[in-house]
Design a protein around this ligand. Structure first.
Ligand code: AMP
Length: 555
């Protein structure tokens, strides 16, 4: 078996890890000595692409061509509420692809988030190739537990564009739990919380772990809250101070803002272990008379806590909501795992302890935990380790549209894969000739808020009064999340079926085009041999006949 690497493709930072010779997971270090790579990609006017720390530095001087937070866009529609929110904030342009997907526009060229993410994945692959001394092609990539099929498939497609075979996707909280060794505790079902505060997002997951089976019971969070908000508060404070003292507005000086942002983040990190830190920025800018401003200021942890009280407050509601969804009290969780670099901030740890009424576990580097867990899972898949039996589950309810806009769930979320569910429906009209069954995935009772997966049409139904004709629907999902749907009229034995592969928004042709373009740009890039996934479902156009809500429920 060839080696499989574990990749944490993060909103702000990405990280790669692998099992070492003793089957211990270890994160790999890039040529720059860093264990994490900022998930930033920048394009020079010449078309040259920069990834990681150097790209992040260019954000201030080349803001419209430096893309970050692409994980917020991958597999999403441009009109989704949080995408629209991100588009308002981002200094680069987010545009609609012909199918409504959110893409970015750089130097006038539309680019899919899959292609941007592929640049990041290619960089972490390079870190792995160099540090292992051999090219790696197979990987496990982690995704948030709440990612739907399209976001998951788009992440797979990004891997393919990067020349990687994404052997499996793994839920981030599951990866963190693996890194913390939760599955080794024995003693039956355990309830745990995974508290993940990274650079740009906050995720809380409530899970049960039972005999190697990880089940996500509830997820919550705040996609607009992370360590960068703490940094921004410090930057804003210092911008005000410099203005008061020198009458100079630093926000108009990109290079000064870039240095200030980095200095504030460094000071924040130092303050997580020290009570005081000094920010020194010689020659930050020039004052009104042209004299250099040599900025120096001592910052205390108390001051930072004072400036960020409201950010701390925002952690509470998502935790409460996730517990409510899982029908649990804070004290019922046996263990809380800290994940994400920002959980190193002492006030965050204190909040977790107070809210969940127990000391959180911190045995693993929080910014590496997800990659380490991915490496462990990769080791299990490669046969290097038989540590845990991990079963995949469906992330969202799968069902059909009934009535005008009701959602009838056929396969509840968290069903263990592979899974099959069967349900009976009845026609609503007299002598109804056909039914057109629309499949959706999502967690809302209002079908319009869920994602349409496809459609299956069963015609030539036996004529009869309304409600007399039964249609049996069987939905099967295999371990690769490929969905097969069969609609059958038991009376006549007539049936119609469709297979739905998750689509990430790009067609196979588009993926091949991107790969070929990349090959031309960098002829040394290895390209994948086989393509899978990305297939769209096409069904006959029919006017839609409604179905009645379920009349029977058999599994
Ligand atoms: P992640 O997305 O998990 O890599 O987390 C990145 C965030 O964690 C950034 O906002 C960092 O500034 C923050 N971070 C990393 N290390 C520390 C630390 N020692 N103290 C406070 N924040 C930190």
């Amino acid at each position: 078996m060839t080696r499989i690497i574990g990749i944490d493709l993060g909103t702000t930072n990405s990280c790669v890890a692998v099992l070492d010779d003793k089957q211990h997971p270890d994160t790999l270090v890039g040529a720059d000595g860093e264990r994490t790579t900022p998930s930033w990609v920048s394009w020079a006017a010449s078309g040259q692409v920069t990834v990681g720390t150097r790209a992040r530095r260019q954000a201030v001087t080349n803001p419209s061509a430096t893309v970050y937070g692409v994980k917020r866009l991958i597999g999403r529609k441009v009109n989704a509420e949080d995408v629209a929110w991100f588009a308002r904030l981002a200094p680069f342009r987010i545009v609609a692809a012909p199918n409504g997907d959110a893409w970015v526009r750089v130097h006038g060229q539309p680019i899919s988030p899959q292609e941007v993410a592929a640049h990041i994945l290619r960089r972490v692959k390079q870190v792995a190739d160099e540090s292992l001394g051999e090219p790696v092609t197979r990987c496990v990539v982690t995704v948030p537990a709440y990612f739907d099929d399209q976001q998951r498939q788009a992440t797979r497609d990004a891997g393919m564009i990067a020349g990687l075979d994404v052997v499996r996707l793994l839920n981030e909280p599951t990866a963190a739990a693996l890194a913390y060794g939760i599955h080794r505790h024995g003693g039956g079902r355990r309830l745990i919380g995974v508290f993940d505060l990274g650079g740009g997002t906050f995720d809380i997951s409530i899970m049960s772990v039972d005999n190697g089976i990880f089940e996500v019971l509830a997820t919550g969070g705040d996609s607009a809250l992370g360590g960068e908000d703490w940094d921004r508060r410090l930057v804003e404070r210092i911008v005000d101070e410099v203005f008061d003292q020198y009458r100079v507005d630093l926000t108009g000086i990109p290079m000064a803002m870039s240095r200030l942002r980095e200095a504030c983040e460094t000071a924040k990190k130092a303050l997580s272990t020290e009570p005081e830190a000094v920010i020194q920025l010689p020659f930050l800018a020039n004052d009104g008379s042209g004299a250099p401003i040599n900025f120096e200021r001592t910052l205390t942890r108390d001051q930072v806590e004072g400036l960020t009280k409201d950010l701390m407050t925002r952690l509470e509601a998502p935790c409460q909501r996730a517990l409510d969804d899982a029908d649990l009290e804070p004290g019922e969780l046996e263990e809380i795992l800290l994940v994400g670099g920002m959980t190193r901030w002492p006030a965050v740890e204190k909040f977790v302890e107070k809210f969940f009424r127990k000391k959180p576990s911190k045995g693993v580097n929080p910014d590496e935990a997800v990659a380490l867990g991915a490496a462990q899972y990769a080791g299990i898949l490669a046969g290097e380790s038989n540590d845990a039996a991990l079963l995949d589950v469906t992330p969202h309810d799968i069902g059909i549209k009934v009535g005008d806009s009701q959602f009838a769930v056929v396969l509840p979320r968290n069903s263990m894969l592979p899974v099959r569910a069967r349900r009976l429906f009845a026609t609503t009209n007299e002598n109804q000739k056909f039914v057109s069954i629309e499949l959706y995935q999502g967690d809302s009772q209002d079908v319009s808020k869920n994602r349409k997966l496809g459609q299956v049409v069963l015609d030539d139904l036996t004529p009869g009064p309304a409600g007399s004709t039964r249609v049996e629907l069987v939905i099967t999902v295999d371990v690769e999340s490929i969905l097969s749907v069969t609609a059958r009229e038991p009376k006549s034995g007539k049936e119609a079926s469709v297979t739905i592969r998750p689509s990430g928004g790009l067609s196979q042709r588009e993926i091949v085009e991107i790969i070929n373009r990349r090959r031309q740009e960098a002829s040394s890039q290895p390209a994948p041999e086989a393509l899978s996934g990305g297939v769209r479902v096409t069904t006959r156009e029919h006017s839609v006949h409604s179905l009645k809500p379920p009349t029977d429920d058999k599994k």
